[in-house]
Structure formats: C-alpha cells, structure tokens
Design a protein around this ligand. Structure first.
Ligand SMILES: Nc1ncnc2c1ncn2[C@@H]1O[C@H](COP(=O)(O)OP(=O)(O)O)[C@@H](O)[C@H]1O
Ligand SMILES: [Mg+2]
Length: 602
C-alpha cells in the first residue's frame, strides 16, 4: 500500500468510526413535530396565558401615545386638570401593568421551556436505561451523551418562546393586513402578490437549510464523541504517546464542525436579504403597478399610509422567517432525540410477564442457538441442566462463548432459537426486574461510581444498613483496606475508582454482590485482575458467596476452577466436555490439554 492509499484508507476509517447513526438523509417528517407537540400540549394553558399577556401588554403600550396625544391636544388646551391627572395616572398604570405582563410572559415561557426540557430529558433517560447492550455496543458513547445534554437544551427556546412568537407575529400580520384592506383593498392585493415570491424563495432554500443544520448537528456529535472517547482513553493515549496524532484528529473534527456551523449561518442569512429586497420591490411595486398600471385611485394620504403599512407588513414576516430558521435548526436536534426515543427496546417485559418467585437455582438451556449478528451462530443447539446450588466452571478458549452463555441467563440478549429456563420458567416470561434483581453478576472490571465506598457497596441493595455493609466487607476481607482509608466507609471514590487499586475495586464489587444476596451468581473473570495473594484472600469470601447458590464461574486459574462442582469446556458453539476436574483429566481431552498447558506455564 502506498502512502496515498494509506491516507485515503485512514480517512475512510475516521469517517466510518465517527459517522455512525447520524442519518442525514431522512426526509422531513411531521412525525417529530407531532411528538414535540405532545410535550407542548401539557403546558398549553400557561402558554395561552402568556400569549394573552403579551397581547394585552402590546395594547397597553400602544395606548400610551394615544393618551399622551389626547392630554396634549385636548386636556391641556381646555385646561382640564382633572383629566390631565387622570391621564397621567392612566399612563403610569398602563406602563406598570404592561411591564408586569411582559415579566409574567418571560417568566412563564422560561419555566415552560425548562419544564419541557426536563420532561424530554427524563423520558429520554428512562428509555435509554431500557435499551439493550447491543445499542451501546454499536455507538460511541459521546454521541449518546450529547443527545441527553446538549440537544435537549437546544430545543427549549423554540418549544416555548418560539411557539408564542409564532402566533403573535401571525396575529400581528393579520392585523396589519386588516388595516391595509381598510385603507385600500387593491393596493393590499398588490402587496400580498409579493408573498408567493417570498415563499417560493424560502421553500427553495428550505431543504438546503435543513441539510446544513443536520450537518451541524452531525459534526458536533462527531466532535463530542471523539472528545468523550479521548477522555476515557487518556491513559492509553499517554501510555502510547499518541497525543500528536489525536490532536490532529481532534482538530480535523473541530474544523469540520466550524465549517458546518459557518455554512449553516451563511445559508440562514440568505433569507434576511430576501425579505429586505422583496419588501423594497413591493414598496415600489405599489406605486408602479398599483397607480400607474392598474390606475387604482389613491389619495396622497392613502399612498403614505400604504407605504407605511407595507413596510410594517414585512416585520412580522421577517420575524416569522427567523423563527422558521430556528425551527429548522431545532428540528435537526429533535430528530436525533426522538430517534433515540424510538430506538426499539429489544429486551423488554413480555405483555403477560409475571414476577419471578424467589429463585431456587435450576438453570436449563434447551436447544439454545444464539447469534449476535444474523448468520454467525456463537452457540448452536446447546442443551444442559444445572441443579440448584451447583457451582459451574466455564472454561475454554477466548471467544468461545462463555460470556455469551452467562449473558443469556440474565437475559441481556434474547436467544435466537430455543429456550433458557430458570426453575422451569423461561427467562423471557418473567419481568426483567424480578429476574435480574436475583442475579449477582461480577465482571473482570467492576464499575465504581463516584460517591463513597459505602454508596458503592449499597448499589447492590439500597436499603442495606451500615452494619450489613461492614459485615459483607468482612466476608471478602475488604474491611482491611477500608479501615485503613482516610474516612473508612465514607471515603470518597472517584468515577471509575481512580484512587483505588484494581484489586480494591474488585473487593468492593464482591461486597456489593454479597449485599445483594443473589440467588444465582455469575463471576465472569472476576478474579483475573486480582493478584494471587489477594485472590487467596478473597477465595474464602467467594466460597461463602457460592454456598447455597447456583453459580457460574468463568476463570482461568486452576485453583478456582478445581473447586467447582462441575466443569464445562466451551468450544465451537457448544460444550465439548463436562465433568469434575478428575473426570475430565482422565478423559485426556480439551480440558486435559488446557490443564497441561497451564502447568507448563507455572
Ligand atoms: N456484542 C457482540 N456483538 C457481536 N459479537 C460479539 C459480541 N460479544 C461477543 N461477540 C462474539 O461472540 C463470540 C463469543 O464471545 P464471548 O462470549 O465474549 O467469548 P468468551 O467470553 O468465551 O471469551 C466472540 O467471537 C465474539 O467476537
Ligand atoms: Mg468473556
């Protein structure tokens, strides 16, 4: 591969990696707007009141010059001081009331805007928590985050103020047209004749404009995604001294975002000169077409008034086109938000799902076939039954499907064919909550949330008392390092447990699992990251955890595997051998080979 090819290849890679799931081609659909309307409708009373307040405030403001004019022209000349005093008070009241109403409107719309944001955000988050692993497997996390935080923010103004302004300006426009019609119907028609031209231009720009804002949202999202990934991977970046290369990628993405924004701004600004030019043309048109060509009879006063109105006529139109522009911008964000909300909840409670009673612990795979991607079976016609309280070791080469098997038991994925049963009930016939709350799952890298050590352990069961937490920690001997920590159980840990060692994190995770008192326990390489000495330490705790529960242990260390009641060797989409340690050694098959290989290593 020559250099050019390599660059082209790299470019394509960068694009593919960060450009997933942003569908720029979706045609404009009313669907998103309707969905947004559901949120707006809940606040319709407040919005209507705000609109009313705005109308009254404008009328009051308009009445002030009228009152002043009357006071000067009539009252002062007549020397009617009572009237002057009354008008002065009236003016003051009008100003105060209108100010109050304006404030009310501002306050209400801000509140409604924030309420809508809050509601959309809550719904979005609620939905995201239901989305299956596959959803998160398939997209950069930064792209998901930007939807919850930034996009939702961007829609608030349009959904509150924008909607009100839209109706107010429309009202304004109708009023002006009314006044114009009263002054001179033929000239009004000349004026209105400009509208189709205006709309033709606006609608011609519309698709370009829409695309340009979608592009902005896409480029922002790419940038955000890369920034998020960089923060998460900073350690690796620094370990491999990749800073320069990353900076290059970041700058490129930032530049693309900048260009997209700039372009969208340019296109948005196209409408403004259109409005101004058309208003000028129509202004002249009234005179030329109206008077000279159509010979509409008009006095000088009428011409003056129509000139004035036609100028005013374009103000609401101008404002409406601005709202329209904002709308185009926002709809690009709404699309992203609702697209996420429309994302299918693949793993959900069946309509007739029942609560899983307390699990006894019999686990059955009944002819299970499973694939992550169609046509690529990871498990094929797998069948086995585990008696309650048995501890199973799943062993086999990397990528054989051990994690997949345990993921199916907790129903993180649905089987493609066959059934997974617990105590004779199919896992997809019970509620997810009742199922998963009885499972204890520990992974190689346990997630530590920001908060205290106690908070992290209590994640296993929210109502656990301090005494229970301490007892759980004692079992896995986590109490030793915790008591040495600055504030004991109240020691703050950072997100990802930055101030803890890998082993300490696992100990906390073990305590978390013990607190949850699960009926089925799954340890997926949970002790791989712990050193042998600590493992020996934890082993007693693990044994305690295992007693009386069905447990699946995926591990590499023979010492851990050996203690299990049953060992299953996973290979080629199924279980090639199963039995106790001694039985499998006597068989001289896959397990035997693995055992010898490990002995050689040690
Ligand atoms: N989320 C996923 N999407 C697609 N393929 C996957 C996914 N997770 C695992 N696989 C594939 O499934 C196979 C089994 O993976 P896994 O069960 O994690 O193996 P093990 O735990 O035995 O190392 C591997 O070939 C892996 O590439
Ligand atoms: Mg695995």
């Amino acid at each position: 591969m020559n250099n050019e090819q390599r660059t082209a290849n790299n470019k394509a890679k960068t694009r593919n990696k960060f450009d997933v799931d942003e569908t720029l081609e979706t045609p404009f659909s009313l669907h998103h707007l309707k969905r947004a309307f559901v949120y707006i409708k809940r606040h319709s009373t407040k919005l209507l009141l705000s609109m009313l307040a705005s109308v009254i405030a404008s009328v009051l403001q308009l009445s002030v010059p009228q009152m002043l004019q009357y006071a000067i022209d009539v009252s002062v000349i007549n020397g009617n001081y009572k009237e002057i005093a009354l008008l002065t008070v009236g003016t003051a009241v009008a100003i105060f009331v209108s100010l109050f109403l304006m404030r009310y409107r501002m306050w209400t719309t801000t509140k409604v805007g924030q309420d809508i944001i809050y509601e959309i955000r809550s719904d979005l988050f609620q939905h995201m928590q239901k989305l299956p692993f596959t959803y998160y497997d398939n997209r950069p996390h930064g792209k998901i985050l930007i939807r919850v935080v930034q996009y939702v923010n961007s829609v608030s103004n349009l959904l509150s103020n924008g909607i009100i302004d839209f109706f107010l300006e429309l009202l304004n426009l109708l009023l002006i047209i009314g006044f114009m019609l009263r002054t001179s119907p033929p000239l009004t028609l000349v004026c209105l004749a400009g509208m189709p031209v205006f709309f033709a231009i606006v609608f011609a720009i519309k698709p370009i404009q829409r695309k340009s804002w979608q592009n902005v949202s896409n480029k922002n999202s790419n940038l955000n995604s890369y920034a998020a990934e960089s923060v998460n991977g900073m350690r690796i970046t620094q370990i491999f001294a990749r800073e320069e290369k990353n900076e290059e990628i970041f700058e490129k993405l930032a530049m693309l975002a900048r260009k997209a924004h700039f372009r969208a701004g340019l296109i948005a600004n196209l409408v403004q000169p259109c409005v101004e030019n058309i208003s000028q043309i129509i202004f002249s048109g009234i005179y030329v077409v109206g008077i000279l060509v159509l010979r509409v009879p008009a006095t000088f006063g009428t011409l003056m008034a129509m000139g004035n109105y036609s100028w005013r006529f374009w103000q609401p139109i101008n404002r409406l086109s601005q709202i329209y522009n904002e709308f185009m911008n926002t709809i690009a964000y709404l699309e992203r938000i609702f697209e996420t909300m429309d994302e299918q909840v693949l793993i959900d409670n069946a309509p007739d799902a029942v609560e899983m009673p307390e699990i006894n612990g019999e686990v059955t795979f009944d002819n299970v076939t499973f694939s992550y991607e169609p046509g690529k079976n990871i498990l094929e016609n797998l069948s086995f039954t585990i008696k309650p309280g048995t501890s199973i070791a799943l062993v086999g080469p990397t990528g054989a499907g051990k994690t997949t098997i345990v993921n199916l038991i907790s129903r993180f994925y649905d089987v493609t064919n066959g059934r997974v049963l617990i105590d004779g009930r199919a896992v997809d016939s019970v509620t997810l909550r009742s199922l998963r709350s009885q499972m204890g799952i520990m992974l190689q890298d346990s997630f530590i949330f920001s908060g205290t050590i106690a908070d992290n352990i209590r994640y296993g069961r929210l109502d656990a008392t301090n005494e229970e937490i301490a007892a759980a920690c004692k079992v896995v001997r986590a109490d030793e390092f915790i008591s040495k920590a600055e504030n004991g159980y109240d020691t703050k840990v950072k997100e990802h447990g930055g101030n803890l060692s890998q082993g300490q994190k696992q100990l906390i995770a073990f305590a978390r699992t013990i607190i949850a008192n699960p009926r089925i326990l799954i340890l997926d390489e949970a002790t791989s990251a712990i050193d042998t000495k600590t493992e020996a330490y934890v082993q007693a705790g693990i044994n305690h955890l295992l007693s009386g529960r069905t447990s699946f242990i995926i591990a590499h260390r023979l010492s851990t595997i050996r203690e299990c009641d049953l060992i299953m060797y996973v290979k080629d989409g199924g279980i090639s051998e199963q039995g106790t340690h001694d039985e499998l050694l006597a068989k001289k098959g896959d397990y035997y080979a693995m055992y010898n290989a490990q002995l050689m290593e040690n």
